[in-house]
Design a protein around this ligand. Structure first.
Ligand SMILES: Cc1cc2nc3c(=O)[nH]c(=O)nc-3n(C[C@H](O)[C@H](O)[C@H](O)COP(=O)(O)OP(=O)(O)OC[C@H]3O[C@@H](n4cnc5c(N)ncnc54)[C@H](O)[C@@H]3O)c2cc1C
Length: 391
C-alpha cells in the first residue's frame, strides 16, 4: 500500500498552494482532487475575481509563482468606500501609507492555472480525478480510501490535510463541528466594461440592498461582486442583461461612466462556515475547510493562504528535527497560532455585513458618520487599510 507523509485532500487554491509550499521539504506529499483540470477550467467559478492582499502576493513570490501571475494581475492603489444615498464616504490611498498598492486583483482561473502548472513541474504526486471516500485514524497513520475511475484504492499517510472546501467531508468525518451563519444572501458576479478607466481604484459601495464591490481588472474593466438578499438576487437573475445593466448603473452611479456587462452574471450563495477546531488526530484543516467567509471584505482565500504557510512552516521545523508530521503537538501549535488571525478577519468581515446590511436610520447615520470620521482620521484610515489588506 502506498504511504505518504502528508496527503492533502482538495486541490483548490489552498490545497494546491500547500503542495507547492511543502515540495522543497523532502516529504512524500500527495494531493487528491476530485475535479479534472479541464472541468475546473470550464467551471463558472473560475471567473470570480480575487483581491489578493499584499501579504498573499509576497507568499506567491516566495512560492515562485507570482512571476506567472503578475501579468494577469491589476494593482489596487486606492480603496473608495461609499454609502449610496448618504453623505459618508472615504478614500484610502496606498501612497498615503507609503505603499505602492494595497494588493492585486486576479481572476481565480489565472491564479489556479499558475499554481497547478507550477505543481505539475515539481515532485508532488497528483491523484486526480479521485475522491476521498473514507478515513480511518490509527495510532501512527491514517488509512485513506479513494475512489478513482470507479475503482476503490487505499493509501496511508501520517498527516491528512483537509483542503476540501466549505462543505468539507474530512471535517465531518473527523467529528469537528462548525458554526454556520447563513446570511440568506447571494453574490452576483460578472465582469463590467467601464467607459471611464478605473485608475486602479477598488470601489466598495454599501447600498440598502447590500454591498456592491467593483474591483479593477486589466484594461477598462472591473469585476462586479454585488451582494443581494437571496430573493432579490433571484429577481435580478430573471431580468434581461440590459435590465440588469440599468439596475447596476442606478446602484453604482456614474463614477466609471457607462457600465456594460460582459458575459453572464454568475451567482454564489453566501454563508459563514467556521470549523469549531482546526485539527483532529492526524488531521489539519486549511482554507475554506476551516472557514468559508462572506466575500464582502475579500479575505477568504487570503486567510486560507496564511493557514497554508503557517502549517508548512511548522512542518518544515518538524522535518528538520526528524519529527512526526502528524504529531499532536504540531497540530495544537498550528491551531493556537491561527486563532487570533481567524478571530480578527472573521470578526472584521462579519462586522462589515452587520454594519452595512440593514437600512435602519440610526445605523445608516452611524455608519455614515463613521465613514466621514474615517476620511478625516489618518490613524483610523491606517487601521481600516490594514484590516482590508489582512495585515
Ligand atoms: C464571489 C466570491 C468572491 C471572492 N472573492 C475573494 C477575494 O476577493 N479575496 C479572497 O481572498 N477570497 C475571495 N473569495 C474566497 C475564495 O474564493 C475562497 O476562499 C477560496 O477559493 C477557497 O479555496 P479552497 O482551496 O480552500 O477551497 P475550494 O476552492 O472549495 O477547493 C476545495 C477542493 O476540494 C475538492 N474536494 C472536495 N471534496 C473532495 C474529496 N472528498 N476528495 C477529493 N477532492 C475533494 C473540490 O473538488 C475542490 O477543488 C471569494 C469567494 C467568492 C464565492
Amino acid at each position: 500500500m502506498t504511504r505518504f507523509d502528508v496527503l492533502i485532500v482538495g486541490g483548490g487554491l489552498a490545497g494546491a498552494s500547500l503542495a507547492l509550499a511543502l515540495e522543497p521539504l523532502g516529504l512524500r506529499v500527495a494531493l487528491v482532487e476530485a475535479v479534472t483540470e479541464r472541468q475546473r477550467i470550464a467551471s463558472a467559478a473560475g471567473d470570480r475575481a480575487l483581491a489578493l492582499a499584499r501579504g498573499s502576493v509576497d507568499i506567491f513570490q516566495e512560492l515562485g509563482i507570482w512571476k506567472h501571475v503578475w501579468e494577469h494581475a491589476t494593482p489596487i492603489k486606492t480603496i473608495h468606500v461609499s454609502d449610496k444615498g448618504h453623505f459618508g464616504k472615504t478614500r484610502l490611498h496606498a501612497s498615503d501609507l507609503g505603499l505602492e498598492d494595497f494588493g492585486h486583483v486576479v481572476t481565480a482561473r489565472h491564479l489556479e492555472k499558475a499554481v497547478f502548472e507550477a505543481g505539475r513541474k515539481r515532485a508532488i504526486e497528483y491523484i486526480c480525478p479521485a475522491t476521498v471516500t473514507g478515513l480511518q485514524t490509527e495510532a501512527t497513520e491514517i488509512q485513506i480510501e479513494l475512489e478513482s475511475k470507479e475503482q476503490l484504492k487505499r493509501c496511508r499517510s501520517r498527516l491528512v490535510v483537509a483542503a476540501d472546501g466549505g462543505n468539507s467531508r474530512i471535517r465531518q468525518w473527523a467529528g469537528i463541528g462548525q458554526w454556520v451563519n447563513d446570511y440568506q444572501q447571494t453574490a452576483l458576479v460578472a465582469n463590467v466594461l467601464t467607459e471611464i478607466p478605473h485608475h486602479f481604484v477598488a470601489f466598495e459601495r454599501f447600498t440598502d440592498t447590500g454591498p456592491l464591490a467593483m474591483l479593477p481588472l486589466q484594461g477598462s474593466k472591473c469585476a462586479m461582486i454585488w451582494t443581494h438578499e437571496r430573493k432579490n438576487a433571484r429577481e435580478i437573475l430573471s431580468l434581461t442583461p440590459q435590465d440588469i445593466q440599468v439596475r447596476l448603473q442606478e446602484t453604482f452611479g456614474w463614477k466609471l461612466g457607462r457600465l456594460k456587462l460582459e458575459g453572464n452574471v454568475k451567482s454564489f450563495p453566501l454563508c459563514l462556515i467556521r470549523a469549531k477546531r482546526l485539527f483532529a488526530e492526524r488531521i489539519a484543516l486549511v482554507g475554506n475547510a476551516a472557514h468559508q467567509l462572506h466575500p464582502v471584505a475579500g479575505q477568504g482565500f487570503n486567510l486560507g493562504l496564511r493557514d497554508v504557510m503557517a502549517l508548512s512552516r511548522l512542518l518544515e521545523k518538524q522535518v528538520l528535527q526528524g519529527g512526526d508530521p502528524g504529531a499532536l503537538t504540531l497540530l495544537e501549535k498550528y491551531a493556537k497560532g491561527r486563532l487570533s488571525d481567524h478571530n480578527k478577519i472573521i470578526g472584521f468581515s462579519d462586522g462589515l455585513i452587520d454594519l452595512f446590511t440593514p437600512a435602519t436610520i440610526p445605523l445608516a447615520l452611524a455608519r455614515n458618520l463613521g465613514l466621514t470620521a474615517l476620511d478625516h482620521l489618518p490613524m483610523a484610515k491606517r487601521w481600516f487599510a490594514r484590516q482590508a489588506m489582512g495585515m
